[in-house]
Design a protein around this ligand. Structure first.
Ligand code: UD1
Ligand code: MG
Length: 491
C-alpha cells in the first residue's frame, strides 16, 4: 500500500488550506469502505499529438483487442463509477468526439495548443462538478490501468492532499522521477528532461495518475508556471505545490507494472495489446473455455464463450461475439461482427463468420464465408459455401432453416432463403431465391430437382439410403460431398 507521507514546509507561502494546522493523515487499510464514488470526477488527458505513431490517425483511436486506447481509459474510470468524465482533446478532436458520439456520460473539452499536463487539467476544471470531492486524473493513452488500482488510489487520497501512482522499473526512460528527501519523504517529481545525471538514475517513477482533493487542486493550478526545459505547465508541479504548502502527498506503488504502460509508438501499442490479450485469455480459461493454444488465439474484449467450448489455434474472435457451450472454433477461423454460435455449433478451418447466427449444433467445418446469415439448428454448411451478401452497394441477408443441408461449393446470392430440411446440391448457385422447406435444389442457376420425393432427396443428400434401386439417373449424381467420384464410390 502507499506510504502516508507528510511533507515539510520548506518554502514559506500563503496557506493553501483553510483551518489551522495539518489535516489528519487517514490510515489506509484494505477493509476501509470505499469513498462514495459520486464524489469522484474523472479527467482523462488525451490532447497529445502522438507523433511517434507515425500516423495521421489520433493516437487514442488506435485499437487493442477491439477497443480504442481511449475506450480502455474510459472503461477504467467507469469501473470506479466516477460521477463525471471529462476528456481533454486537442489533435484530431473532431474524429475523437465522433467516435464516442452518444455516450452521454462523457464531456469533451478542447486544449489547443497542448501546453502541458497541468494546462490540460486546468482546461478541464470547468467540467468538474463543484460538488465532487476528488479529481481522478488519468491518460487516454494508458489502456491497461485496472479499476481496482484506481480504487486503491481513490482510497489512499488523503484529505486535503493528493495520492499518485508510482512504479519502480528498470527502464525508467521517459518517466518523471520521484525525488525523496533524506528521510524518504516525498520531495518532488523531476521530468526526465529536467533531471541531473544523478536524478536520471532514479528508478522510482511517476505513473501520471493522480487522485487530487478537488478544492486543493483548484487552489494550486494557477500557481503552476512553465519555467522548465519543455516550457510546459507540468501537472507534477501541482503535486509539488501541495507538498510545499503542507498538504499530504501519498505515493501508491503499482502492483503490476504493466498497468503503467503508456502507448507512444506502435511498438508500445503491440505491448499493451499483449497485456490485454493475456488478461482476456486468462478469464476465458478460468471460466472453463479450452483455449488450446493461448499463444495464437486472438480474442477481443466483450466476447462471451460458454463452458466446454474448444478454441483451436490461430482463431480470431472479434468484439461482441457470443459463443455458447460445447462449441468448437478453429483452427484458423475468424468470427466477427457480433456473430453468435449457439450451443454445440462448430466452425472449422478457414471459415469466416460475420454478423451471423449459427443455431445449435450447426456445422461449418471448412473454407466457408457466412455473412449476414442466420442458420437454423442442426444444419450443415458444406466446404466452400459462400453467402454472397454484398451486391456492390448494399448488404443482404441469407436465411437457412433448421436441418438444412448445403452441399459443398454452394453460392447463396443474398437475399436468399433455404427452408428447413431443404437440400442444396454441391456447386449450386442460388441467386436470390426462396427454396421451400424440404425441397432439393441443384445446378447453375439452381432449380428444383425433378422428380421430387424421397429418392431425389436421398440421392442429393448422398446418404446410404440414397442408392437408387434402379439404374443410376442424373439425380443420383448430386451428392453431399459434391463430387461425382464420391457418388460413384458410394455405389
Ligand atoms: C508525464 C508526467 C511524468 C510521468 C509520465 C508518465 C508531467 C509533466 N509529466 O510525462 O511525470 O512520468 O507522464 O507517462 O505530467 N497531454 C495533454 N495535453 C498536454 C500534454 C499532454 O492532454 O498539453 C496528455 C497526453 O495526451 C497524454 C498525457 O497527457 O495522454 C501525458 O502526456 P505526455 O506528454 O506523454 O507526458 P510525459 O511528458 O510523458
Ligand atoms: Mg508520455
Amino acid at each position: 500500500m502507499g506510504r502516508c507521507e507528510r511533507t515539510r514546509n520548506r518554502v514559506q507561502s500563503p496557506p493553501l488550506f483553510s483551518g489551522s494546522g495539518l489535516p489528519p493523515c487517514p490510515r489506509v487499510s484494505a477493509t476501509r469502505s470505499h469513498k462514495s464514488h459520486s464524489e469522484v470526477a474523472a479527467v482523462i488527458l488525451a490532447a497529445g499529438k502522438g507523433t511517434r505513431m507515425k500516423s495521421p490517425k489520433p493516437k487514442v483511436l488506435f485499437e487493442i483487442c477491439g477497443r480504442s486506447l481511449l475506450g480502455h481509459a474510459i472503461d477504467s474510470v467507469r469501473g470506479v463509477h466516477a460521477r463525471s468524465i471529462a476528456i481533454v482533446v486537442g489533435h484530431g478532436r473532431e474524429e475523437v468526439r465522433r467516435e464516442f458520439e452518444g455516450e452521454r456520460d462523457l464531456s469533451f473539452v478542447t486544449q489547443d495548443p497542448p501546453r502541458g499536463t497541468g494546462d490540460a487539467v486546468r482546461v478541464a476544471m470547468p467540467s468538474v462538478p463543484s460538488s465532487a470531492e476528488l479529481v481522478l486524473v488519468t491518460y487516454g493513452d494508458m489502456p491497461c490501468l485496472a479499476p481496482t488500482t484506481l480504487n486503491r488510489l481513490i482510497e489512499a487520497k488523503p484529505r486535503g492532499g493528493v495520492a499518485l501512482l508510482t512504479v519502480t522499473r528498470e527502464k525508467a526512460h521517459g518517466f518523471g522521477r520521484i525525488l525523496r528527501d533524506p528521510d524518504g519523504g516525498f520531495a518532488g517529481i523531476r521530468e526526465e528532461k529536467d533531471c541531473s545525471s544523478e536524478e536520471r538514475a532514479i528508478r522510482e517513477v511517476n505513473v501520471g495518475v493522480y487522485a487530487f482533493d478537488r478544492e486543493v487542486l483548484v487552489r494550486v493550478l494557477p500557481r503552476i508556471t512553465a519555467n522548465n526545459a519543455q516550457r510546459e505547465y507540468y501537472l507534477t508541479d501541482a503535486v509539488l505545490e501541495i507538498a510545499k504548502h503542507a498538504g499530504l502527498v501519498r505515493l501508491v506503488p503499482l502492483e503490476d507494472e504493466n498497468e503503467a504502460l503508456g502507448v507512444n509508438s506502435l511498438s508500445e501499442l503491440a505491448m499493451a495489446r499483449s497485456v490485454w490479450q493475456e488478461r482476456i485469455l486468462e478469464r476465458h480459461l478460468a471460466n472453463g473455455v479450452h483455449v488450446v493454444d493461448p499463444e495464437t488465439a486472438r480474442i477481443d474484449v466483450d466476447v462471451e464463450i460458454g463452458v466446454g467450448t474448444v478454441i483451436q489455434p490461430f482463431t480470431v474472435i472479434r468484439k461482441g461475439c457470443k459463443i455458447g457451450s460445447n462449441c468448437e472454433v478453429g483452427p484458423f477461423a475468424h468470427l466477427r461482427g457480433e456473430s453468435v454460435l449457439e450451443d454445440g455449433a462448430k466452425v472449422g478451418n478457414y471459415v469466416e463468420v460475420k454478423k451471423s447466427t449459427l443455431g445449435k449444433g450447426v456445422k461449418a467445418m471448412h473454407l466457408a464465408y457466412l455473412g449476414d446469415t442466420t442458420v437454423g439448428e442442426g444444419s450443415n454448411i458444406g466446404a466452400g459455401t459462400i453467402t454472397a451478401n454484398y451486391d456492390g452497394k448494399a448488404k443482404w441477408p441469407t436465411l437457412i432453416g433448421a436441418r438444412a443441408f448445403i452441399g459443398s461449393g454452394t453460392v447463396l446470392v443474398a437475399p436468399s432463403t433455404v427452408g428447413a430440411d431443404a437440400i442444396v446440391g454441391a456447386g449450386a448457385i442460388v441467386t436470390r431465391k426462396k427454396i421451400p422447406a424440404g425441397d432439393v435444389w441443384v445446378g447453375v442457376p439452381a432449380r428444383p430437382l425433378q422428380p421430387k420425393g424421397p429418392v431425389a432427396r436421398a440421392a442429393a443428400s448422398g446418404s446410404a439410403s440414397a442408392k437408387p434401386k434402379r439404374k443410376a439417373t442424373k439425380t443420383s449424381r448430386v451428392t453431399r460431398g459434391g463430387s461425382r467420384a464420391a457418388s460413384r464410390r458410394s455405389r
